[in-house]
Design a protein around this ligand. Structure first.
Ligand SMILES: *Cc1c(COP(=O)(O)O)cnc(C)c1O
Length: 490
């Protein structure tokens, strides 16, 4: 039953249910399934089934202590009604690349694919332990809304989201402030994202708060991308893109495909690597970054160094200097060397850098290639794709496409992680239309593109603001206590 272990200590073994409830292992490691490469996915069968059928088959393989009934319940709850297309993740040809659209979910964020499913997995896992959970999330914008929407009205789970006051876009603010559901709590924090994030981390480590939570029979946990419940739903769409290439006769079963992935925390591209370990024919993974190109440097030199300035870009979801999920790649590529992984992560914490040896770097480079684009180049890609192919893409997607274009890998699937309407102002600017505010920019894009404004965004203007609290980061702890009491009141 204990299929998962920690990347930093192989004696720490847990079930997949425990891994989903805990999020992170106690000594700081991430949960991994050691023998992932012994799981074989039946590609031929995948190519004949729907997304939902495939999700049910697939998740049973990677979450073995969930019953078939439990998985089936969770998959239907997540994917039956919440996506605006039956393919869930449709593949489209744009010029000479294929674009895998991951933004058809309830909040138009790619994170919806996992965050529609995780709450149900967590609820099923909690039931067995007769406990409740409270999710604490710091967000720079997108994750907060996707998490709120996923956890809305899920019984026995509460969710608190903290975002930096006046430092999210108008659309992101409205998405969060209009959130319904009696178990959702949203706060603007005086400070920046790092303040909110570091305070949330402090709260998890706060003994007084943890004791209080125990008394209330509530587990404090997170829904960020290190949770295996966030990671495993993402593996499937790599297989789904392969299925769509087969079904449209673009490739034959067994042909290798390259994937270009706009990368931040390394969760999305890691999910692709998991698909590869389980048998998906992959030629290369292209790790595409913006000017915060820690990963490009790492994959080129073997040195991971976060000691550099943080640069704000037009692809904010990739503005990240510590790509947490890289730890899992190191674990697999080093043949489960948990002592080595621990040393790297401790160096990262203490010195802000670590270095891997030549042999390991070569091994990683045989599968992972990389590149980055600055904002100017990113806008050029958006303009070129619009001019040549009459398609619009958002800045994150443009980075994946642009980096792929510098390499000669075919066929290549570029993962599209955001709707153009989430970044409408920058998309307009890229194609030479300036100074429209968020709503005007959305309207303009709709007038020139074949993608309609998703209803969840179109409706935002009419919805009442339900969350108005602005607090200092020192007030977060008492808010968490209040919410825990409230959860046990009803
Ligand atoms: C989260 C996000 C990414 C980065 O994904 P990771 O799994 O963190 O690498 C890229 N693009 C968008 C739009 C995102 O929201």
């Amino acid at each position: 039953m204990f299929f998962y272990e920690s990347t930093r200590n192989s004696n720490v073994k847990v079930t997949s249910k425990e891994a989903i409830i805990n999020g992170l292992s106690q000594e700081g490691g991430l949960y991994v399934y050691p023998d992932l490469d012994t799981i074989r996915v039946n590609l031929e069968k995948i190519c004949q089934q729907s997304y939902i059928e495939n999700a049910i088959d697939f998740l049973q393989l990677v979450l073995p202590d969930f019953s078939k009934e439990e998985i089936s319940y969770c998959v239907h709850a997540a994917y039956d009604d919440h996506f605006d297309t039956p393919e869930i993740t449709p593949l489209r040809k744009v010029g000479d690349v294929y674009v895998l659209e991951l933004f058809h979910g309830p909040t138009s964020a790619f994170k919806d694919i996992a965050l529609t499913l995780l709450p149900h997995l967590m609820q099923v896992a909690l039931r067995q332990q007769h406990k409740k959970a409270l999710i604490l999330t710091a967000t720079s914008g997108d994750t907060g809304k996707a998490a709120l929407s996923g956890f809305q009205d899920i019984e026995d789970i509460g969710i608190m989201v903290f975002y930096p006051h006046q430092k999210v876009s108008d659309i992101q603010y409205r998405q969060m402030a209009t959130q319904e559901g009696k178990n959702t709590f949203v706060y603007a924090i005086q400070g920046n994202f790092d303040d909110a994030q570091s305070q949330v981390k402090q709260l998890f480590l706060n003994e007084e708060l943890q004791t209080f939570a125990k008394e209330q029979n509530i587990i404090l946990t997170s829904a960020n991308s290190i949770n295996i419940g966030r990671l495993v739903p993402q593996i499937l769409y790599y297989f789904e893109s392969y299925k769509q290439l087969i079904q449209t006769n673009k490739i034959q079963l067994g042909d290798k495909v390259a994937f270009s992935v706009p990368t931040g925390n390394f969760g999305d591209v890691l999910a692709g690597y998991y698909a590869y370990l389980m048998g998906l024919p992959v030629s290369k993974f292209i790790v595409a970054s913006n000017v915060n190109h820690v990963l490009t440097d790492f994959l080129t030199t073997g040195v991971y160094d976060r000691n550099r300035d943080f640069i704000k870009t037009i692809s904010p979801s990739m503005d990240i200097l510590v790509s947490s999920n890289l730890e899992r790649l190191l674990y697999y590529m080093s043949d489960h060397d948990t002592a080595f992984v621990s040393q790297c992560m401790s160096d990262l914490k203490v010195k802000g850098r670590y270095e891997i040896g030549e042999a390991l770097l070569k091994k990683i480079q045989s599968l992972f290639v990389c590149g980055y684009l600055d904002d100017v180049k990113t806008k050029e890609v958006i303009a070129n794709v619009y001019q040549n192919d009459h398609e619009l893409v958002d800045p994150h997607t443009a980075i994946g496409i642009g980096v792929a274009q510098t390499m000669n890998l075919k066929p290549v699937v570029c993962l599209s992680t955001a709707s153009i309407y989430k970044f409408a102002g920058d998309v307009c600017h890229s194609i030479g239309v300036d100074s429209l505010d968020g709503w005007q920019a959305m309207k303009y894009l709709e007038s020139i593109s074949n993608q309609k404004i998703p209803s969840n965004l179109a409706n935002l203007q009419n919805q009442p603001i339900l969350h108005t609290e602005i607090i200092s980061k020192d007030e977060m702890k008492s808010k968490v206590q209040l919410v825990m009491e409230e959860m046990n009141d009803d």
